[in-house]
Design a protein around this ligand. Structure first.
Ligand SMILES: *[C@@H]1O[C@H](CO)[C@@H](O)[C@H](O)[C@H]1NC(C)=O
Ligand SMILES: *[C@@H]1O[C@H](CO)[C@@H](O)[C@H](O)[C@H]1NC(C)=O
Ligand SMILES: *[C@@H]1O[C@H](CO)[C@@H](O)[C@H](O)[C@H]1NC(C)=O
Ligand SMILES: *[C@@H]1O[C@H](CO)[C@@H](O)[C@H](O)[C@H]1NC(C)=O
Ligand SMILES: *[C@@H]1O[C@H](CO)[C@@H](O)[C@H](O)[C@H]1NC(C)=O
Length: 614
């Protein structure tokens, strides 16, 4: 009907246009985003667009809210922008504007802006259209804060005591608090008769934001002593997102009586005298009780002082062997044994005792018996040793018909295999007395008469022999194990070379003499002067080896040649009898002859060599 009126007032062309669009000619289609999410304090954009058959500059777009039971306009404009404005006197005043695309901009968004907004378009002849947007406002609450009672809580208390309070401030919409025990959520229980329940509250702040808090009541068990409690705030955010923030976690300071006492030795290896020993007593109650320690030995009880349940004994002796008792002083404990005992075994080994004791002098050829003894807490070994050799595995050591070689240090060692580090050791020195015995000596060599020569005269015998030399010279004496060695340095005079030198060793048991020969060594006399010697020295071992190899090769060649000649009859054999033996033997014979000659040369060459190096 209205279309007919308009028809009369407008041009024909325009009418045709309307008719061609007749499917929607009478409708203004308004499109908005039905649901807009915004965060408090930020900017919310509420888009609005429309379509109409004819859009004229004076098409009018208005945004409305509902306030106090009636519609109030908050902003408006015409498509051309010729007219536009903001309405005063509503809760959005001062915070809204309209974009050229007809969006409503709210900045900053407040929680009370959560409401419905209507975008209305009035397009003259095309009529009016409208669409509604719902604005939702969000605001993340603060991290939850725990106000825990740090008071100790006795277990199994009735009614359930308060164990913690959790508060999360300023969220929108109102967030939810969830309690966790060891990362398992606790179901929300409101019934105060249950062992575990929560009391929650929600407070709306002046800002419109919500502060939520929850108090947890529970009846803790001993097994909850290490349980970690916390609370979590769960809240909605734009785009259907759910976020969480966790509080710090806390454990309960539970009070419970001792149910078990343990008393144990901390040492990992068997205890021996001199060790430090630690014994630990632990009662599983909270608070941990104090302890009383007692040492019980042969019915006598001695109190022991200890701190924190640790009884430490320094450098124990066998007197510390015995029973130790720990008593946990927990007066809340019921029907349990608060006393524990521990047997401390201190292993020991006495110092070894050797009889006869001290140092001994045994006449040459006589016998001696040594006995080694010790006492200990355990089975132990007894070993007699001289140097690295083990002589006896019992405590007895028998030396029959003592020789000078038997003189020396004898060690008796005792050990307990089951107790590492437990051993005892003693020793005895044995001397064999008798007349001196001089060890035979090789002849001494000099290069030339008049050279200095040093002779060593080594004699067994105890008491230590005295030495005298004829002829005499510069003398020195040293003691080596069970021998005494006298060294003499003198000039190899003609007398010395002809008559030798005599060493005489004497002690109270008798004497021994030994003649030392001094000779001019052959090598030094065949030495033919400076130049030759220098050459030989330079040639060295390599020269000798080359010479030997060449000689052998030449000899082999010669042998082969001789053999061939003889076999062909070109060379008559020198000896009659050689003709009679088989040809194979002849060959062997010759080889043997040559070899022995070669060997002689070799020895000469080799023996010369060390002489040249001197
Ligand atoms: C409308 O205009 C505003 C600024 O005037 C802009 O922020 C917004 O993104 C625009 N919206 C659309 C749907 O174009
Ligand atoms: C919400 O989702 C829309 C589209 O999925 C995205 O453009 C926008 O950034 C999201 N907003 C937030 C706050 O995540
Ligand atoms: C025993 O304890 C004392 C003092 O703490 C320490 O000096 C000593 O080295 C310890 N002895 C042993 C064998 O551990
Ligand atoms: C050491 O003490 C233990 C335990 O009380 C006991 O069995 C043992 O006979 C004692 N040993 C010695 C040598 O006293
Ligand atoms: C022999 O025993 C003595 C005295 O007990 C001791 O001082 C000495 O060190 C021991 N000698 C050896 C080599 O064990």
């Amino acid at each position: 009907m209205e279309g007919m009126v308009v028809l009369g007032r407008t041009s024909f062309v325009y009418t045709l246009l309307l008719w061609s669009l007749k499917d929607c000619w009478c409708a203004v289609m308004v499109t908005v985003t039905p649901k807009v999410d915004a965060i408090k304090g930020e900017t919310a954009i509420l888009p609005c667009s429309f379509s109409s058959p004819v859009t004229l500059g004076n098409t009018f777009i208005e945004w409305f809210i509902e306030e106090g039971g009636s519609r109030k306009r908050v902003a408006f404009r015409t498509v051309s922008g010729a007219t536009e404005g903001i309405d005063e006197g509503n809760q959005l005043s001062g915070r809204v504007s309209m974009g050229q695309n007809n969006s409503l901009l709210i900045s900053p968004v407040r929680v009370e802006d959560e409401r419905r907004f209507h975008c209305q378009v009035t397009a003259g002849i095309s009529g009016t259209g409208e669409a509604t947007t719902k604005l939702s406002v969000f605001f993340a609450p603060e991290k939850p804060v725990l106000a825990g009672s740090s008071q100790p809580i006795p277990v199994d208390q009735t009614p359930s005591p308060q164990v913690g309070q959790c508060t999360s401030r300023n969220g929108f919409p109102a967030p939810r608090l969830i309690w966790y025990k060891n990362s398992n959520p606790l179901p929300e229980v409101k019934d105060h008769n249950e062992p575990t329940y929560m009391v929650s509250s929600v407070v709306k702040e002046a800002s419109g934001l919500f502060t939520v808090s929850s108090t947890l009541y529970l009846r803790p068990k001993k097994k909850d002593k290490n349980a970690k409690f916390r609370c979590t705030v769960e809240y909605s955010m734009p785009n259907d997102t759910i976020d969480q923030q966790n509080s710090e976690s806390f454990t309960l300071n539970l009070l419970y009586p001792t149910e078990e006492v343990t008393f144990s030795l901390m040492n990992s290896v068997p205890v021996k005298e001199g060790d430090n020993v630690t014994m630990k007593c632990v009662a599983d109650g909270n608070p941990e009780p104090t302890y009383d320690f007692t040492f019980i030995n042969k019915g006598k009880e001695t109190p022991k002082h200890a701190t924190d349940g640790m009884l430490t004994l320094h450098s124990v002796t066998r007197a510390d062997n015995g029973t130790y008792r720990c008593e946990a002083l927990d007066f809340d404990a019921k029907d349990i044994e608060l006393t524990k005992e521990l047997k401390l075994i201190v292993h020991y080994l006495d110092p070894v005792k050797i009889t006869p004791a001290g140092s001994h002098v045994v006449p040459l050829g006589e016998s001696i018996q040594l006995e080694c003894k010790t006492k200990g807490s355990d089975v132990h070994t007894l070993e007699w040793k001289k140097g690295t050799a083990t002589l006896s595995n019992s405590g007895m050591l028998m030396i029959n018909s003592a020789s000078y070689a038997d003189a020396g240090l004898y060690i008796c060692e005792s050990s307990v295999f089951t107790v590492p580090g437990l051993y005892a050791r003693g020793n005895v020195t044995l001397r064999v007395s008798g007349k001196p015995e001089i060890a035979p000596a090789p002849e001494a060599k000099v290069h030339n008469m008049g050279d200095t020569v040093t002779l060593s005269c080594s004699a067994y015998g105890y008491p230590d022999p005295q030495f005298s030399w004829t002829p005499s010279g510069k003398q020195a004496v040293m003691v080596q194990e069970n021998k005494v060695i006298s060294t003499l340095t003198l000039e190899a005079t003609e007398t010395v070379l002809n008559g030798g030198v005599t060493c005489e060793a004497t002690n109270e048991h008798g004497k021994d003499t030994q003649q030392f020969m001094v000779v001019i060594s052959k090598e030094s006399s065949t030495d033919n002067g400076g130049a030759g010697r220098a050459d030989k020295q330079q040639g060295g071992a390599a020269g000798v080896v080359v010479a030997v190899v060449v000689c052998v090769l030449l000899l082999l060649l010669l042998v082969t040649l001789l053999y061939c000649l003889q076999k062909n009859g070109k060379l008559p054999c020198g000896k009659e009898d050689k003709k009679e033996v088989a040809s194979g033997d002849i060959k062997n014979d010759i080889v043997v002859e040559m070899k022995s000659e070669k060997a002689k040369e070799d020895t000469e060459l080799l023996s010369k060599h060390p002489a040249t190096e001197q």
